[in-house]
Design a binder for this molecule. Sequence first.
Ligand code: PMP
Length: 423
Amino acid sequence: MDIFETLESEVRSYCRGWDTVFERAAGSALYSEDGREFLDFFSGAGALNYGHNNPVLLRPLVDYLLSGAIVHSLDMKTPAKRRFLETFQELILKPRNLDYKVMFPGPTGTNSVEAALKLARKVTGRQHVLSFTNAFHGMTLGSLSVTGNAMKRQGAGVPLTNTSSMPYDGFLDGQAPDFLWLRLALEDSGSGLDKPAAVIVETVQGEGGLRAARASWLRELSELCRQHDILLIVDDVQAGCGRTGTFFSFEDAGITPDIVCLSKSISGFGLPLALTLFKPGLDVWKPGEHNGTFRGHNPAFVTGTAALEHYWHDDTFELKVAGLAAQLHEGLARIAAGVEGATVRGRGLLAGVCYPSPETAGKIAAESFARGLLVETSGPQGEVLKTMPALTISPGDLRRGLDILAEAAEFVTGAPVPLVSTV
Ligand code: PMP
């Protein structure tokens, strides 16, 4: 038994599957204390989209820290915050024609979701919020109330109220028209559905099993919300910051959510930072009505600005990510091919294989770790093998990781994986 087991709470989880002590990391590689190298198909659950210790971000961070500049400032004004806001406006919002106010809630994804829910209720004066089957939005009470997973919900210890769950895209049999119930329920005053303040949705369900909503489904949802004066919140905590191929995961669908949640890779370096974006007309907060000690974290502004400047000043990076995504999906399709009922799920570099038998993905993840690859599972029963390589991974490392996955999958399922194509 080591200190992690004797002193640290039973609540710890990742370190159980990956039972080693990680000491160093660079790009898509992690190194354990005992000198083993691991390839990373996990990327800090999406907080390391630009890889570990990326020098493009590390250098300005170190310079900043050594310069005597402000580190902690709540929501006071600093040059680092000014530059982040200016860069975010110029490189992200303006080119996409998005007119959003920027709020810095506490630094985690769930902080951003809590702020979004609170604001939607305040603006509309309504309590009810609609969410989707298998959604995951975080572990604080408001976020849990719109999360699907029964085990996580139970952890709340109190009733999770003022929310209802609806079928996500692909949850039903594919025969029923999309949003049949919601449309009828909103139009029928006898439906028993309290008019909701908002609908909260992930465009790809990161934790809930990698279901990716179709663009047409998202557009219909957006239109339905608009018709009924319901706010649309897109939780882009995991799928945003380029993970699905574009900066925001909803860009391809052509929708403009009323509120957007960002965290994880917005600092780019794994430093905690979150944003809640909303249309200017929704900015009804009173000063200090929602606050927190750790919001404007200046080192995170510095790395976040560097990431935007380096990777998002034109579409070169997006094109590169599209190439990597094609390579990843091709590899996953080969891995899924031999197993009856296995399907590829997800979008961009947030993709995986859903297995008909719930233990398969977990066994493959364990075998992958033994072979030097970090990869996790997703879905209510962990039935989806979930890959999330860095957006900066080299095609060679991506191929190497896919080879390990293929070997591990062959070992577990007994189904041969066809040889790698020349992608
Ligand atoms: N929303 C989504 C879509 C997420 O994937 C997560 C984290 N997995 C969260 C919210 C919560 O973020 P955090 O763990 O930083 O609170």
